[in-house]
Design a protein around this ligand. Sequence first.
Ligand SMILES: N[C@@H](CCC(=O)N[C@@H](CS)C(=O)NCC(=O)O)C(=O)O
Length: 208
Amino acid sequence: MKVYEFKGFPNPARIRIALAEKGMLDRVDFVHVDVPSAEHRKDAFLKKNPSGAVPVLELDDGVFISECTAITEYIDQVDENSVLTGTGAEERARIAMYQRKVEAGFLDAVADFFHHATEGLGPDVEGYQNTEWGEHRKNVAIKTLYWMEEQLVGQEFLAGDRFTVADITAQAGFMFAGFSNMEIPEDCPAVKAYAERLANRESVKQAA
Ligand SMILES: N[C@@H](CCC(=O)N[C@@H](CS)C(=O)NCC(=O)O)C(=O)O
């Protein structure tokens, strides 16, 4: 398998974390894509992912899979030991629910803040920026942090007492927040402790 990525960027980090959690890092060849120079907007890359974004997984039979949730689903299912996305109808649905809520409300929102209200990835990539939209999206991200605060009181991870894909998504959001100097509100102590717990996790440290 190959993973096309830019090491240190939040979405590629989601896949590195998933692979590390599964003990599968050595089953993948990583291929560097020069995102700040807009290599991901060239035809050769767009054939792999028409959305023009990393990461992309290439399977040994030449099939390309993009979108972190889909790639993680593959990684988690391929060894029939789905520790990140859960087993059984109820657990899988619950983890998928938390994953999607933290993706839409936190990761995607803080990514929009980064791309629109800061320098983002620089002039070769950020063709259109709208500061007002970026600031609005920051407010959405902060509102989601207050929701996460409620979830995390008395609970170690977002979807329950064990690490799942929802926590990987949250970690990517914290990375974008770090790039954008967006602080976790003082009155969200459970989120602060959670972010620190994630940062100290071995798979997360390996993905940095
Ligand atoms: N929803 C996508 C997001 C992928 C994404 O936005 N990746 C960033 C890197 S962190 C990217 O390639 N950005 C390129 C750009 O903004 O032009 C996923 O889950 O894979």
